[in-house]
Write a protein that binds this ligand. Structure first.
Ligand code: GTP
Ligand code: MG
Length: 635
């Protein structure tokens, strides 16, 4: 079996007892019914599986139950079909579950199929011809309108070679699932095999999976390791999209694994309870009321949903609408995925649709942009979709958000993001990309420039606003990355300047009022004249010709320009005094040696302990001296 051969999933559909399972056995040699109860009652209850390889095409068969009570099992099998075999017994013709199963196939978007008139050994040619006409009439205007109709008998095996030929022909028309995409395996069975542990099976709808892969179990968001993979009943290195697949998992009990869960590429997806959709009601269904409850089926999962119609109070039969489905349980579902809804009671299939927004917001009335947004999603233009998503995300949308909301591959996201930013409609403010709408980015830029301007006006004695204050001024809705990018751009455009952590208008200098200039000189002189026996800061500031607030700002200017140095909250020295002190110590080292005690230091500098200790600690910090017991070593 070559790994490159085409893999196709074929599913049966049709009324109970019409010969679906017998047909699968006649085609593959495997009877798909496995359960004891199925064998005893002669009906299919749950999904059955079989394999066939014909002319290089690998067919995985999913056989479904026809009984109306087991439609939910049928639904778990119908997700992921490439070709449907619509099975109609020639002696009974179209029956209720023929219609229901066929409706389900249509709503799920199944593209191709073959109509199989079974039990043809039980009818004469006239009856067979009549049934054929009835079926043709029924299928007019549907995806099976031009499908082959093949009469077969599982008993006499008549028609089987022709059916196989048709299967191969239709298989060539199937586009096939994308093995290069993210891995997704909706689980339809979970069990344990002695000596192996937990195994799950499913139809691999996207991507691939191999031994030693790490996968994520959803909606649990649990990481698991793959021990081994089987496909078509044989161990394989890698199973690919379009194959029936069994995965042996490490680190989990089989009882913790259930139909409806999904194995997926780790770290990409988010389970959801709220999806915005295009919901269609079958012409045969009763009308659906606002906030009506329905059974919801997607992939292999099943839950209950409350329907919230946008802009409508009810949905008429045969109509469709944009609608939010609030799910009772979390599921993993992505945009484009199809789903089925069934009436709450009595349980019959009434409609279905496609997911547009899998991570939808609550249906608030003031969200006036929602319908337009959903219509954009529905049109499917990726650049428009990304632009619209960025618009709706406060502060922009991250790479991870995009992945979770679209299911696109990293390279696809980058490609679309690049096109969007190249068009000038959005800005990327980080790597990996975070997209911010161009208008929002421009607003941030303007706010920054305005805020800096205002700061200069309000604080003429300060060189500029601190980065942190500027950032917090913009509010929390602005991302740090947006702020940084906008600021960098303003600096690059020479509109603003950075001075360490200070942001200022480019070229701005501080102009002092005459009394401020005098005050500045006075402060500097006071400290310069004091040498190491410095005065108290308060005392100096108290004598100035300006009020305290301005005096303090002028002091800050001197400290910032390093004309003054603050070594403790209370002690400030002039730069020259400290330079002289360092020279003094250097001379001492040359003449008296490298060690100096506190008393000798006091004597040398002529200062009291009050100054000596903080000064020595300052010198230690400056690595001019190093403490060694009671003494200092001059470095
Ligand atoms: N004579 C005749 N009997 C058939 C043929 N195909 C199936 N049967 C019989 O019809 C009965 C039902 O067949 P199944 O294959 O179990 O029908 P099914 O559609 O799978 O039924 P469910 O799975 O329960 O919906 C069985 O007794 C089969 O032996 C056929 O081509 N000719
Ligand atoms: Mg059956």
């Amino acid at each position: 079996m070559s790994a490159t051969s085409k893999s196709i999933i074929v599913g049966t559909a049709g009324h109970i007892d019409h010969g679906k399972s017998a047909l699968v056995e006649a085609l593959t040699g495997t009877h798909p019914d496995r359960l004891e109860e199925e064998k005893r009652r002669g009906i299919t209850i749950d999904l059955g599986f079989a394999f066939l390889e014909e002319d290089g095409v690998r067919f995985g068969f999913v056989d479904v139950p026809g009984h109306e009570r087991f439609v939910s099992n049928m639904l778990a099998g119908a997700a992921g079909l490439d070709i449907v075999l619509l099975v109609i017994a020639a002696d009974e013709s179209i029956k209720p579950q023929t219609r229901e199963h066929f409706d389900i196939c249509r709503l799920l978007g199944v593209q191709r199929g073959i109509v199989v008139l079974t039990k043809s050994d039980l009818v004469d040619a006239d009856t067979a011809g009549l049934v054929r006409l009835e079926v043709e009439d029924y299928l007019r205007g549907t995806f099976l309108e031009n499908a082959p109709i093949v009469g077969v008998s599982a008993k006499t095996r008549s028609g089987l070679p022709e059916l196989k030929k048709e299967l191969n022909r239709v298989a060539t028309q199937v586009r096939g699932k994308d093995a290069a995409h993210h891995f997704r395996l909706p689980i339809d069975r979970a069990f344990a095999i002695k000596g192996f542990g937990s195994v799950v099976t499913g139809t691999l709808i996207s991507g691939g999976v191999g031994a030693a892969d790490e996968v994520e179990l959803l909606p649990e968001h649990k990481l698991l390791r793959v021990r081994g993979v089987q496909s078509g009943g044989k161990a394989v290195e890698r199973a690919l999209a379009g194959q029936r697949t069994a995965v042996n998992l490490a680190g989990i009990e089989h009882t913790a694994l259930k139909r409806g869960m999904v194995l997926a590429t780790p770290g990409k997806f988010r389970a959801t309870r709220r999806i915005d959709t295009r919901l269609a009601l079958l012409p045969s269904a009763p009308k659906l009321k606002q906030r009506g409850r329905v059974h919801f089926h997607a992939g292999t999962s099943e839950t209950v949903a409350e329907v919230f119609l946008f802009g409508k109070s009810e949905l008429a039969p045969g109509q469709s609408a944009l609608a939010q489905l609030r799910l009772q349980d979390e599921v993993l579902i992505l945009p484009g995925d199809r789903f089925i809804v069934r009436q709450f009671s009595p349980v019959t299939t009434i409609g279905g649709g496609a997911v547009l927004d899998a991570l939808a917001r609550r249906p608030l009335l003031r969200d006036t942009g929602r319908v337009a947004f959903l219509e954009t999603l529905e049109r499917g233009d990726r650049i428009e979709i990304l632009a619209a998503m960025a618009e709706r995300a406060p502060g922009g949308i991250t790479f991870g958000d995009i992945a979770a909301r679209t299911g696109w591959l990293d390279a696809e996201i980058r490609d679309v993001a690049q096109k969007l930013t190249a068009s000038g409609r959005a800005r990327s403010v980080a790597e990996p990309p975070i997209l911010v709408p161009a208008k929002a980015f421009e607003e941030v830029r303007q706010k920054i420039a305005m805020r800096v301007e205002r700061f200069h006006k309000e604080n003429p004695l300060l060189p500029g606003i601190s980065r942190e204050d500027l950032r917090s001024n913009l509010g929390r809705r602005v991302r740090a990355e947006t702020f940084r990018t906008a600021l960098e751009e303003l600096v690059a455009q020479k509109k603003l300047e950075l001075q360490g952590e200070i942001v200022k208008r480019a070229g701005s200098t501080i102009t002092l009022e005459p009394e401020e200039a005098r005050a500045k000189e006075q402060i500097e002189t006071a400290f310069a004249g004091a040498g190491l026996t410095v005065p108290a800061v308060k005392e100096v500031l108290g004598k100035l010709p300006v009020e305290t607030k301005r005096a303090e700002r002028i002091l800050q200017m001197l400290l910032r320009d390093k004309n003054l140095v603050r070594i403790t909250p209370e002690l400030i020295f002039h730069r020259d005094a400290l330079t002289n002190l360092k020279k003094l110590l250097s001379t001492y080292k040359q003449t008296k040696g490298e060690r100096i005690s506190v008393p000798v230091f006091k004597e040398l500098t002529g200062i009291t302990r009050k100054y000596a200790i903080p000064l020595l600690e300052y010198l230690d910090r400056e690595r001019v001296t190093r403490r060694a017991g009671d003494e200092r070593v001059i470095l």
